[in-house]
Design a protein around this ligand. Structure first.
Ligand code: NAP
Length: 326
């Protein structure tokens, strides 16, 4: 089967990653999706037929059926830290190694979370729009007022790598009080961010900013639903840079419409790239197109990590970032 690739990559990635594959494994046949669009599982099955390695993104549905349709597959390297789009059990049953890209995207994603807090509280996007539209008539004491960030209470849901980076920034950069919730205690998190562990309801009731940093799992799907939103302060902001399904987006639209919370900053959506009906028309929400890790440096490092995972597994070695199903 001369035309079948050894490694298939579902979206164009930085050139450095392709060069790493070519230099480490000369003769390896690598194929990249030629279209500037995501592929359906059927398209991946056909384009990756015969491949031993697959580099995918969080937008690809790597289902059991797809995994079982690729009999030579040995390694899946996902261009993400979240693995909710991959059937990890099916991969494990087939002896396929799954690797991800933690750590290298922590700072970039934390920047977006912190940026969203500032953008929401200080109404950056509304201010940009009205200025471009010529509606800025000059400084006035009551013009375009927002809320301050310094010294406020920040609630972190999910005390992992990104949650810790956000917590430290808000504690040490903005003098905020930090609360967090997670399934287990995180003493290092508490020490580094001078943070206090509380239950989710207390966190929601006390925080001025609630920032989500947990993975999406069966336990965290719609963790923030209508009843949880109702516990938040009317002056509080919800920030989601984790995964869309952690929030019940329709319930969030209702809460924002009714003014039950002050606003929201979202980098991720429940049915990406679609938005819940009504969301785009709201003024008290800042919307970003899933750009948490989207810096030149970070995307290059993620590409190199994916390439290295393929090289390691095809070379019979353990990759640095093997995903172990929780
Ligand atoms: P991580 O280091 O694994 O941290 C996740 C934390 O979530 C863990 O510390 C875990 O602590 C906590 N957690 C798990 N289940 C929970 C639950 N039911 N309730 C509360 N906390 C829970 O992951 P990370 O690298 O920080 O990444 C976090 C997530 O960010 C990823 O899973 C991904 O979905 C998302 N992400 C988004 C972007 C973007 O572009 N917007 C970029 C990168 C990552 P316990 O085990 O103690 O509960």
């Amino acid at each position: 089967m001369p035309d079948l690739p050894d490694v298939f990559i579902t979206r164009a990635i930085p050139e450095a990653a392709l060069q790493l594959l070519a230099s480490a494994l000369p003769g390896l046949k690598v194929a990249v999706n030629p279209r500037d669009a995501n592929l359906t599982p059927a398209e991946i099955a056909s384009m990756a037929a015969g491949a031993q390695g697959l580099i995918c993104t969080l937008a690809d549905d790597i289902s059991r059926a797809l995994i079982e349709s690729l009999p030579r597959l040995r390694v899946i390297a996902t261009y993400a830290v979240g693995t909710n789009n991959i059937d990890l059990a099916a991969a494990r049953e087939r002896g396929i190694v799954v690797a991800n890209t933690p750590d290298v995207l922590t700072d970039a994603t934390a920047e977006v979370a912190v940026g969203l807090m500032l953008a929401c509280a200080r109404r950056f996007i509304e201010g940009d729009v009205l200025t471009r539209q010529g509606s800025f008539r000059g400084w006035a004491p009551l013009f375009h007022l927002g809320f301050g960030v310094y010294g406020k209470t920040v609630g972190i849901v999910g005390a992992g790598r990104i949650g810790l980076r956000v917590a430290r920034t808000m504690r040490h950069g903005f003098d905020c009080r930090v609360l967090y919730t997670a399934r287990s205690a995180h003493p290092e998190f508490e020490a580094q961010a001078q943070a206090t562990r509380v239950d989710l309801n207390s966190l929601l009731e006390q925080s001025d900013f609630v920032s989500l940093h947990c993975p999406v799992t069966p336990q965290t799907k719609h963790l923030i639903d209508g009843s949880r939103l109702a516990r938040m302060k009317r002056s509080a902001f919800l920030i989601n840079t984790a995964r869309g399904p952690v929030v019940d987006e329709s319930a969030l639209v209702e809460a924002l419409k009714a003014g039950r919370i002050a606003g929201a900053g979202l980098d991720v959506f429940e049915q990406e790239p679609a938005l819940a009906p009504g969301l785009a028309g709201l003024g008290n929400v800042t919307l970003l197109p899933h750009i948490g890790s989207a810096t030149v440096e970070t995307r290059q490092r993620m590409g190199l990590m994916c390439a290295q995972a393929i090289i390691d597994v095809l070379g019979g070695r353990e990759p640095a970032n093997r995903v172990v199903p929780g």
